[in-house]
Design a protein around this ligand. Structure first.
Ligand SMILES: Cc1cc2nc3c(=O)[nH]c(=O)nc-3n(C[C@H](O)[C@H](O)[C@H](O)COP(=O)(O)O)c2cc1C
Length: 227
């Protein structure tokens, strides 16, 4: 069993990484409990450690009879990852929210991953042969009750519908009101109350991590059903 966690946060011990690690453990435990002898390969990819560009709009992936039809032609660090994902059993994408969208690195990754498989036809057909179960997890400053007040639901729903159209159903987990600074007193900030944020970190964040763990188990169940 091969699992991929794709981290779109630059902070290697930040909120997004903690959530992704829990999804990964849930996946591992579910598979290990069901198949104790199964080899489980966990791949954790930090996008900010890679060298790659965003989509160059070259359309090599759509050129009829082209040698790269259905595949991104760009020869950078994403090439090998896209090849590996063709045999992966499940994947989770994780990103902090930056200006009401996923991070730039994650957006570029998703554009490249999805566009190569997307056919310009009436059904938006998919060339992806591996319909791997996928989850998207996001961490953000805003509070749950404010989520619908912004354009973010539209942005994330659109992104997830592209992903589900190419692969299969997509699970989604949003983690709100995250703790952003190690020490709030050291940064200019008059909108976030440190004490409130700390309470959220101590009381809500562990529950979010439990949800992330259960999400990993769900992905594993789907991956097992696909065997
Ligand atoms: C450049 C930048 C832009 C951000 N924009 C938003 C935003 O639009 N909405 C929001 O809720 N949080 C925003 N945040 C806060 C982060 O999404 C939040 O702190 C997140 O949990 C950070 O994840 P990390 O700990 O994995 O880095 C922003 C943070 C940064 C650095």
């Amino acid at each position: 069993m091969k699992f991929y966690a794709i981290n779109g946060s630059p902070r290697k011990a930040g909120n997004t990484v903690q959530v992704l690690k829990k999804v990964e453990s849930g996946f591992y435990d579910e598979v290990h409990e069901k198949f104790p002898n199964e080899k489980i390969e966990l791949n954790f990819i930090n996008l900010y450690s890679l060298n790659y560009t965003s989509c160059r709009s070259c359309f090599s992936c759509k050129r009829l009879n082209g040698k790269s039809y259905g595949h991104c032609i760009i020869n950078d660090d994403l090439k090998e990852i896209f090849r590996d994902l063709e045999t992966a059993d499940a994947m989770v994408l994780g990103s902090p929210i930056y200006l009401m969208d996923v991070s730039g690195e994650m957006k570029s990754f998703i554009d490249r991953l999805i566009f190569q498989y997307l056919v310009y036809d009436e059904n938006n057909s998919s060339l992806a042969e591996n319909k791997l179960p996928t989850a998207c997890v996001y961490t953000m400053n805003i509070k749950k009750e404010d989520y619908d007040k912004f354009s973010l639901p539209y942005t994330l729903n659109n992104l997830e519908s592209f992903i589900s159209n190419i692969f299969s159903k997509v699970y989604s987990l949003k983690v709100f009101d995250t703790y952003q600074f190690k020490d709030y007193s050291k940064f200019k900030n008059s909108i976030f109350d440190e004490e409130e944020k700390l309470q959220q970190k101590l009381n809500q964040f562990p529950k979010d991590l439990d949800e992330a763990y259960n999400l990993g188990r769900k992905l594993a169940k789907d991956a097992i059903n696909n065997l």
